[in-house]
Design a protein. Sequence first.
Lengths: 306, 397
Amino acid sequence: MSTTLLLVQVLNGLQLGVLLFLVAAGLTLVFGVMDVINLAHGVQYMLGAYLMVTATALTGSFWLGLPLALVAALVLGLVLERLVIRPLYGRDHLEQVLATFGVILFVNEAVKMIWGAAPLSIPMPEALSGSIRLMDGLNYPVYRLALLAAGLLVAGGLYVLVTRTRSGMLLRAGATNAPMVSALGVDITALFAKVFAFGAMLAAFAGAMAGPILSVEPGMGDGLLILAFVVIVIGGIGSIRGAFVAALLVGLIDTLGRSFLTDLLKLVLPPSDATQAGPALASMSVYLLMAGILFFRPRGLFPAPA
Amino acid sequence: MVSGRELCRAGVAAALAMVLPMTALPGVAAADPVKVGLVSTLSGPSAVLGQHMRDGFLLAVKEMGGKLGGQETEVIVVDDELKPDVAVQKVKGLLERDKVDFVAGVVFSNVMGAVAKPVTANETFLISGNAGPSTIAGAGCSPYFFSASYQNDQNHEVLGQYAQQKGFKKVVLMAPNYQAGKDAIAGFKRHYKGEVVEEIYTPLGQLDFSAELAKVAAAKPEAFFTFMPGGMGVNLVKQYRQAGLADTIPFLSAFTVDETTLPATGEAALGFYSGAPWAPNLDVPANKAFVAAFEKEYGYIPALYAAQGYDAAKLIDSAIKSTGGKLSDKEAVRAALKKADFASVRGNFKFNTNQFPIQDFYLVKVGKRPDGKVETMVDEKVFSNYGDVYAVKCEMK
């Protein structure tokens, strides 16, 4: 286990973390501000990737396709909010889970009917298709570094938006006491619709950005959704800062666990047992982390003010 | 209690099964169409495999004028949703309600594990279009089970044998952490005697392999073998290429690069290896005709699943023809199936004692066709007339 390999794996972990953050940010906003459990957040990530496939095919360019896909995702988010989410405000969480789970089934099938069941791909933009030699025999695609940078930029932007702007203030106010904000003359319905659509667009951004390195296929968001829930629970529901820290933490723990746990276990166990136990423990590590954090901080790392 | 009731129901079903054909017998050849239940995975992330198999099967039936063995044929397509319990339910419907003469298809081994018993216990012939679990090839073999595909280990064995022949001294193996993944690794190691420096198991459904690829690069093996089906394989192939490993370490795989994933990976997979009993460019007249007809009909390049689906239909056709359409004589049908008297798109094809094929296996390599599309192409023959290792455990004659 060389230092270079460790550094490469830390970089990999950060990059997974940033991707998770992009998905979790929208989820935590919708959950925290609107008190809606939106299981359909994963399909919004998937839709972002599929819209990007079509948008890049239409425009022939990654850079023109990206805003097009994002606008389309925003519009779809507004439609979904109007049709499915709005009637669910103030309803039981279980009903929200049922309805948004239905949306998952519906959208997954719809995507298959429109784009087909076979995995698709998004071409990598020319300017970012190069790679850097990080260690002997391994190139690191520039695109992955760009993804990391884009995620950090979005995180910074969100932080400013939530803490420094009027919209952010309303958002925080709405999360604390929606009826009061409404009584002060703010159109809370419109605010919620905007928050939801914005969250959908963030997820779509993650999907569109992940497209060139991952395959675009039906159900691609389902696995990520579970991790995103882990992230927002660890981070504290409704907290963007919490989501950011937790996403990086989850990304790092998951990646480092997968990379080194088997080797570490080999120090104490026979090799065949280590290859059995290592991967099993590694896939548990994130959940162990969550259990551990919740034990000491039941409301997450950065709980929203009550 | 439950078993008693089920026994009772089975008894009624058996009685009905005995009475019904007798009353219907006089009109059988003229009026009753041959019924085939085609079980395939048509929803969920793996639906594309099932789509290939279904299309291959239906193409064969269509080419023969909607008939199998010269008789009007009704193909009832059911979606197993890749859920064993759903598959069992639907297969029971095929057997009891539709009274099918054959059940064909089944992409995944876990589904096969669930449906094989109900079908063969009902004395209905089950023609696998893909799944070939070791249990059914070995001690659990059945006179009513025929495989038109391969035994699961064999495609992995091709790569192990190739790595051995090539004299690769150090390899890294990687597979998802579930039964089929472990079988893949075991299959590779059956003929490979060199050093396995690293054996990596990943969670099923993993999207990003950057951590694993860094480990591969650090281990500096002479070859890399993986079994990474579906979307996982697409991700892995693209990331392997992007990490620059494709230029230094040969990528050996099974069920990872094929015509179901190549539309997504495209040229990133060029030069990657796989093991299979068939490839679209396999130089067999029946295959040339099949691939041309398939592309014309559906507009995409067939994968192994499509070829096996096509062969399964041809196999059933040959058996019906040879028995003169008398499907009630199970022994005769079985004998006819065993002859494998059809022009397989794989050329060389006959049945072993366990009713799995004895056929040739090839190392195939992803290449570009003159029209610019990518497909797997035969690189070299690795096994000739190769049966599986489980046949000896099958006590059937």
